[in-house]
Ligand binder design. Sequence first.
Ligand code: NAD
Length: 381
Amino acid sequence: MPRPVEPQPVQPRAGFVHTFLPGRVVLGAGSLDQVAGEVENLGVRRVLLVATKSARDAADVVEVQLGDRFAGRIDGVAQHVPTEVAESARAKAREVGADGIVAIGGGSAIGLAKAVALTSTGGGVVIVAVPTTYAGSEMTPVWGETAGGSKTTGTDLRVLPRVVVYDPVLSQRLPKKVTAASVANAIAHCVEAVWTPKADPITETTAVEGLRALANGLRDVLDAPTDLDTRSDLLYGACLAGSALATAGTGLHHKLCHLLGGTYNLPHAETHAAVLPQVARINAPAVPQAKARLEAALATASPASAGGPGGPDQAGRPDLAGGLFDLFVGAGVPTSLRELGLTEEQVNEAAKAFRPTDNPVPVTEDLVREILTRAWAGTRP
Ligand code: NAD
């Protein structure tokens, strides 16, 4: 089992508020076999299985193990929960009388389960999530639904999965490219969690340990994509990242990615990788303690950088923004929005459209343009 490494203390003395969210986490190779027992413990009688295409075999196993509790199944999900897909899943849940959903897959499968749970009468449908990517949605009470090209999101405890089962066997075959981008997405949750208006020392500790596990896991998974220990480390990191996102909420980085993804249909995880180093370049200096802790966590995975503005500090640690950029480049994740299909005109358009948000550094149109221009060109911080 992974053990946390804590190189530097947090600063709780200024006081803080932290809300712990309810939920149970089961992590381990072969834990898919525990899903049926977890469902039974929750008292769920009729389960709707929701599975991404690549998790069909896992869904077959769970379907058999559920026995009489199996009520129906949806195979195949769509990114960003289109309303028509959500409506059809709600109809299916009503038709089979579901009081629980087992969702197996990435953020898209879990997002669909959340859409059903959100609208179930009296919060009557509970979720057991079995994540196969590192997006972290399984740990949050955040839901999203897309209609007419525009995504609406909200927070509601009814959509927070009651049990999360992390089985590294299920992500063993996640392609390297999808793995790397998904880990970058999780890393973004950890990094941004230290500077949102709701940041607090408990969330920060979670985020720092999450970054350590994810950065090391990303380095290792490229050489040994089917190694179960590495896949476990990454799921552990994703769990911490999702927890950090759940309690810290979103800030400048996620809101920028949301705008870019929603307006220009850019790929979700890759957009995070291109934008995060540029937002870190601006925001991290405003939270020096957290910056130092994140840099120490990142340094456990990265070789000392070659220098430049994002180069190593006196202790030989890479600067946070430069270190993140190098980590993503090394893992083959695109670090420019141009590569993802955004045009230069759209950079200007997005800078104008972005609404200021609470941030340690005041957000002006010029600042957003600077961040997006650098992210578009893929300039190393
Ligand atoms: P995803 O679920 O669409 O999965 C990404 C890709 O990986 C898909 O092509 C999928 O088929 C494939 N895949 C998944 N599991 C696999 C496996 N085991 N083997 C092989 N291929 C596999 O995308 P995602 O990145 O996991 O999630 C993104 C979505 O989640 C977005 O809609 C995003 O908005 C949402 N999200 C929500 C929250 C939240 O808190 N609500 C947090 C993070 C992300």
